[in-house]
Design a binder for this molecule. Structure first.
Ligand code: ME8
Length: 523
């Protein structure tokens, strides 16, 4: 059995979750569910990043303690996961004492390995990014290029991490592992940052108390990014009793004891992130792991931004679209489908209520939902819900040839939109098949009863196959449909004609009701 470990970034608790966070978690969930379908032992991690200046500042502004704010907002992120259908195996919080212990342990090792020294930092700092900016990254008027706020000039005695000593090892890593960062544009971006010359970076903060205390100097806490990055490693050392939000516990995960999780799942197969945090993951993170003598992750996949009116959605900019609201009206599957279908995964893309409604109506309600309703209704009407055993129509079977392999290949490259396109091609093929066969005509001619049986069987089988493949993308609605088809097996092996026999089907309420009946349209 292969193992598969996928992570999302851990999200800042300085404000509430928004659609951008939901997006990464949904994509990671599709990967996790797909790998479970393949029979892999899967670990899917998400969680919250709770230390650092942005959180301390937000709590201060609200007049509450940082811990109170962290508790309150972490809970909202935890609640988001089941709402969007995410089957994460664990939810990590960086204020968890067990995480903090691992941070101290690993960073102490980095210190013992002589990659840490004391110095004075002087430069520009953005408190919203919790990031020190190089001179060439600063916008006019000494402003943050992301938040457009004035940067602060910081001078602070810090411990530094000797990032510059990893210049060569990182260049070698990028030369040897061309798939370390994908898509290629992001690989190039990270490599050119490395080639531009790495400077040492602050490892600790002196003026801040909201963080993990530095074991060798109690006046410092670790810079939040080093604390945060280590969540991917620390979680496996104590998440031995996975909490699962809404899915089935992977047998491999359930049976693994403490310590075994690291043995089984380290290194991560995919870290999913957006491009805003590329440098931390593509440069700092591998350097830190090298300094601590820990094996490097296999790959980072960097997706683009969801844009509203052309600007990245973010908490700090305040232009957020509430995922809870969308889900309440249309269901989590509709949101999952829309985000992965409408925005080519890996690129930036605009999202809007108009394009959501358009996809919902034309693809979910009409192409998939209606195909399901029609097929089940025809089997009910013409055959009383029963299917006669026999071979499916070879014409259609041939059109499905190689689809599972192509989907797997695309998912392996984290090309989720392309994988969904591939499956959607089969949904459309099935709709054409209905028109070609016109079962309502066949039903009028008793001499064609065999052809009608074959057409109905082929449609039911085709629907079952596409639903198994769509299951990672839309787990709730595909399960409802598979249930109505009397199909039990959602493993990838079942995504072939004849893999499971359907003998009787049940009626089904529309999977995706038309917008007029699904509630008021989004404002
Ligand atoms: O950066 N489009 O947390 P964060 C797409 N705590 N994805 C988006 C998005 C958008 N408009 N907005 C946010 C942090 N995201 C750190 C991470 S990891 C060790 C520490 C997603 O709350 C995307 O995954 O700002 C992005 O990288 C992440 O949320 C940033 O979340």
């Amino acid at each position: 059995m292969s193992s598969f470990y996928v992570t999302t970034p851990i999200y800042y608790v300085n404000a509430a979750p928004h659609l951008g966070h939901a997006y990464t978690t949904i994509a990671a969930d599709v990967l996790a569910r797909h790998h479970r379908q393949r029979g892999d032992s899967v670990f899917f991690l998400t969680g919250t990043d709770e230390h650092g200046e942005p959180v301390a500042d937000a709590a201060h502004a609200l007049g509450i303690s940082a811990q109170e704010l962290a508790d309150r907002n972490s809970e909202r992120f935890r609640a988001l996961a089941p709402k969007i259908g995410a089957s994460n195996d664990f939810f990590i919080r960086t204020t968890d004492e067990r995480h903090m212990a691992v941070v101290r342990e690993v960073l102490f090792k980095v210190y013992e390995n002589c990659f840490v020294y004391k110095g004075t930092y002087e430069g520009w700092y953005c408190p919203k990014c919790a990031d020190f900016k190089a001179e060439n990254e600063i916008d006019e008027g000494d402003r943050c290029p992301i938040h457009h706020i004035p940067l602060t000039r910081e001078q602070e005695d810090n411990y530094f991490f000797a990032l510059s000593r990893f210049q060569e090892p990182l260049e070698r890593l990028y030369a040897e592992r061309k798939d370390f960062v994908a898509p290629r544009t992001r690989y190039n971006e990270a490599l050119s940052f490395i080639r531009s010359g790495l400077r040492d970076v602050p490892l600790t903060r002196h003026k801040l108390s909201w963080g993990v205390p530095v074991p060798w100097d109690s006046e410092h806490v670790f810079y939040v990014w080093f604390d945060a990055l280590l969540n991917y490693y620390s979680a496996l050392s104590f998440a031995h009793a996975p909490t699962l939000a809404g899915g089935t516990v992977d047998a491999g995960v359930r049976d693994a004891g403490k310590g075994d999780l690291l043995d089984t799942f380290w290194p991560p197969n995919v870290h999913l992130i957006a491009k805003d945090i590329l440098r931390f993951h593509a440069v700092y993170w591998p350097a830190l792991l090298m300094a601590a003598e820990i094996e490097l992750p296999k790959r980072l996949f960097v997706h683009g931004y969801l844009l509203m009116e052309g600007e990245k959605m973010s908490k700090s900019l305040g232009n957020v679209l509430d995922p809870f609201e969308v889900i309440e009206r249309f269901g989590s599957d509709a949101l999952r489908f829309y985000l992965l279908r409408d925005v080519s995964f890996g690129q930036d893309g605009s999202v809007s209520t108009a394009s959501f409604e358009q996809r919902y109506e034309s693809e979910l309600a009409n192409e998939y939902g209606n195909l399901a309703s029609r097929t089940l209704a025809m089997i009910g009407r013409y055959r009383d819900g029963a299917l006669v055993e026999g071979a499916p129509d070879q014409l259609l079977v041939a059109d499905f040839d190689g689809m599972v392999e192509r989907v797997c290949e695309l998912v392996d490259k984290v090309q989720l939109t392309a994988a969904l396109d591939e499956i959607w091609g089969a949904v459309r093929r099935l709709n054409r098949y209905v028109e070609e066969q016109a079962p309502w005509q066949l039903a009028k001619d008793p001499s064609r009863a065999g052809d009608l049986d074959c057409a109905l069987r082929t449609l039911a089988e085709g629907l079952r196959v596409v639903s198994v493949l769509l299951h990672p993308f839309m787990p709730a609605s595909t399960e409802r449909l598979l249930d109505a088809l009397g199909a039990r097996d959602t493993s990838l092996g079942a995504a072939r004609f004849g893999a499971e026999t359907i003998d009787r089907v049940q009626p089904l309420e529309p999977l995706f009701p038309k917008i007029e009946t699904a509630g008021p349209a989004m404002a």
